[in-house]
Design a protein around this ligand. Sequence first.
Ligand code: PGA
Length: 237
Amino acid sequence: MKKIIIGNLKSYLNSKETLELLSKIDSSDELILAPSPPFLALAKHKFPKFNLASQDVSAISNSFGASTGEAPSDMLKNIGINYSIIGHSERRTANLDNEKSIGQKISNCLNSGITPIICIGESKEERENGSYIDKIGSQIKEIIPKEKEDIIIAYEPIWAIGTGLIPSLEEIEEVASYIIESTKSLDNNVFLVYGGSVNEKNAQDIANIAGIDGLLIGKASTDSDKLSAIIEVVNSR
Ligand code: PGA
């Protein structure tokens, strides 16, 4: 199976740059791009073949109706969005998301037929004091749905996001095998991706780690040359 590549464009690019990026990359089943919210519908309209993800979804409501300023999952589905990033640490840190809202968002997505890309991972302190496995275990227990659905779990150590710091391959493998073991008894199909300071130089080694089905890439995915290089090395194993 080819590796899944998810590009989280965060709030880096303007509308012109977003469309330029998409025009320089080939769409494929395994590539999922998450443009900034104001450009999501435009990107889908101009590039209907691309798998696009929202960077968030409404916790309040999954359907059309009286919810001001929300992006309900039915509405995302209505414009052809099939994936949604949920619980990214940048949103958790800014107090925009917590385990309760994340759980609600996941269930809204599943009700609308959107595959959630659920972000989990430990802080620097938790890594250093050795409690990272406990942290990941409790996140899995609290938010990973149990029903039979496709879900993507993104293991993103918070301290590796946007820092250039990256766990060793062995450290990633340890967590990957723990996540696989702890989700084995659930009915759903879990795909596991790694995210945090992935670039064109380290992508191949990380993607080759046992149990890793793909990569979630932030900054490097906003540069078409880097993103193309990552797609190429990851699939040339
Ligand atoms: P980064 O971001 O690749 O820029 O570290 C990854 C992420 O936040 O998903």
